[in-house]
Design a protein around this ligand. Sequence first.
Ligand code: NOJ
Ligand code: CA
Length: 562
Amino acid sequence: MPAQAVPEGSRDASAGPGWWQTGVVYQIYPRSFADTNGDGVGDLAGILEHLDHLAGRPDSLGVDAIWLSPFFPSPDFDFGYDVADYVGVDPKYGSLADFERLVEGCHARGMKVVIDLVLNHSSSQHAWFQASRASRDGPYADWYIWRDSPGRSTTGARRAPNNWRSFFGGPAWTWDEARGQFYMHTFLPQQPDLNWRNPAVREALLGVVRTWLDRGVDGFRLDVFNTFFKDERLRSNPRRVGRRGLWSWQHHRYDRNQPELLDLLRELREIVDQHPGRMSVGELFDGSLAEAAPLIQPGHLVFDWSLIQVPWSAAAFRRAIETRDAVFGAERWPANVLSNHDQPRHASRLAPTAAVAASGYEGDARARVAATLLLTLRGTPFLYYGEELGLRNLRIPNAEALDPPARRANVLFPWWNRDQARGPMPWNAQPGAGFTSGRPWLPLPPDFAQRNVAAESADERSVLNTYRALLRLRRATPALERGAQELVAQDHPDALTYRRTEGDAGAFVALNFASRRVPVSVPAAPAGRTWRVVFSTADRASSEALPETTTLGPLEALVAIS
Ligand code: NOJ
Ligand code: CA
């Protein structure tokens, strides 16, 4: 069990930070983690079988929590992000009893369980939507956002109620013949937006939160939570000159980020806080740091995406960190993410040239520098399954994409194929990679015979063993888990360095983004102490004392403590 010096569950500042601040969260995409019945799709029993990888043994990664992407009944138009029953388990993933066993298994290892609530929209197959579309005056009539058409265009087509777009391409409005009205959807037509302004909807959705709290979950990831409320009058968004894609040609002033969200967040937190030690994290949908900042609250983090698109450059990461620190200030606690199920895998993103990608060595060296950054930067790190192996993107031609928006992509709607980051987890070099005995729903990574959990466990310099070492170091070093942060200026453009301080203890992190040696100046250690190296991706003697200047090896990441 991970050593946790922090009193659990307290949100009282005097009692210290909670696990959602000091801990590390590991995101699992259930379809792709481990399949136990040979249907090629991962399941809850598969996750339970592989908990040793995550926590509880000396060679586990040692994460503090898992976040499960949706496992609820779903017709899978958006692979689970279209929920047909918020309190059930889809039979393809198992049963509620399997879920309860999984929670028990995690808790027995000191791991928390965070689930993904998709409360902006449901599936069009949800019983609520079926009832809503069936009657304009039944009990569910106002559970979704329905409007009449304001008339016909010159071509005879029905005009939509306003100019809002769907993030997944096309208009945000779909005509429903049964009801004779348009309904609104921020994503696919099969994902109608719920009407959060209706008190009955609010009560039902907060009831979902209560149900899962009673079932013992420790937190919630709230899908696109800043879109729950739309402008009450549904005004059209102002136009603007955009980039590629019609989505960017409007200011999204009225289809998200409405002031009512803060009051909802307060009510949600009151419910969550009735169960000590629970947290939430909201996914900011297409928003700015200024929009994210006020939404960060005690026990509630926000994914602001500062780091997830930064290219491989010390200067670019420095700018991203400085900019966020300036907006968030010293009080707000950030969430740090390099990869997730919506974005390219960062081992590919950060090593984009063919030469680097082809070089397993350089690609992995970058992945190890990135891991050091992610696990030593101030904030809660969220890992995405497989990143601890340095997994690269799958190459899947657009014509074969399963990701629904990728299938709708066109000139006015450019989209990347999210399948590339959602492939099976390779556990070993056997056929099926230890993921499945059947045909996997997405292809196995082409290098799975070398890049898998078993092979990397046996290699001291693997990406996996780098993650394990960094997680161990983090748990043993309060300055890394919770310390204040200060960037340290360097003359060399390829060096990124910062200091973390907790009381009179400190940590110094130095990252070399270049494939050549780079000098760095080392700041004074707190309280007149000496910096001693405790981690390096190069062949550096552990506990070496750092002088005032040192030279980092090519792509070396180094951590020293005082
Ligand atoms: C954000 C999720 O992360 C993404 O996977 C999903 O497609 C959209 N929300 C819609 O739910
Ligand atoms: Ca299965």
